[in-house]
Design a protein around this ligand. Sequence first.
Ligand SMILES: [Zn+2]
Length: 262
Amino acid sequence: MSAFELYHKHGIRQYRVTDIARKKDHKIVIRGIRRTDSLQCPVCGSKNVSTKGWKERVFIGIPSGNLKTEIHLMIPRVHCHHCGCCRQVHLEFAEENVRYTRFFARYAKQLLAHCTCKAAAEILRVSWDTIKEIDKKDLQKHYADPPLRKVKNIAIDEIAVKKGHKYMTVIVDLHTMTPLYVGDGRGKEAVKGFYEKVRKSSCKIKSVAIDMSPAFTQAVKEYFPKAILVYDHFHIIRQMNEAITSCRRRIMNSAAPGSLIM
Ligand SMILES: [Zn+2]
C-alpha cells in the first residue's frame, strides 16, 4: 500500500507505509511512520520544532472486504522552539483519545443508518462498545445542546415509555418543532432542568403551550412567570363538553316527569 492509498482510503496523510501483512485472525495490519519534513507544533503551529521520541499507536481503519484493518503508526513527539511545549503532533485523521480513524467512524455512521449497533459491530469486526461510542458521539454532536437563543414559544407535554410504566416530559420549540429538552417524569421537577438552561442562555420565553396538567401549570407559573400560558384547545373543548353534558343531566334529572325542556 502506498502513502497515496493510505490517504485516500484511510484519510491518513504525511505517513510512509513501512509494512503491510495479512494476519491469521481475518486481519490486515498496516504499519506506517510519520514523515519528519513537515512537522508542526500542535499548540502554536510553528515549524521550528525538533523530534523528542516516538510512540506507536494503533487505529482501526476501514475494513478491506471481509478483513479488519489495523493501522500501527509511529507518531513523533516534538519540542517547539517557539512556545516551548513538548507534545505529540496533532492527528488530523482521528479524534483525541479514540482508537479508530475518522474515516472508520464515518463508515460506521453510514452503516448505522441501516442497521443496529450489534449488526454494524459484526460487519466491521469490532466490539459493540466501539460502535456505540461512535453513535453516541454523533448524537451528542448533533443533538446534545440545541441553541436556545432564538427560542420564544415552547410546548411542554408528557410521553409514556416502557409500556406506560415510565413517563418523560418533552419540551419543543413551536417555531421549528425541534425537541429542546427531555426530562424524567411528568411533574414540575421534569421542567426544572430546562429552566436552568434557559436561565443560563439569553433567550426569553414568551409563551408556553401545555395541556391542563396542574403540575405543568405550576411549573410555568414558577419558572416562566412572564410567559403567556396557553392551554391546548383540545383539552379546553373536552372540559367544556363534559360541563355541558353534566349540566344537561342535572336539568333532566330535576325536571318534572312529562315536562318539555327547550
Ligand atoms: Zn509551539
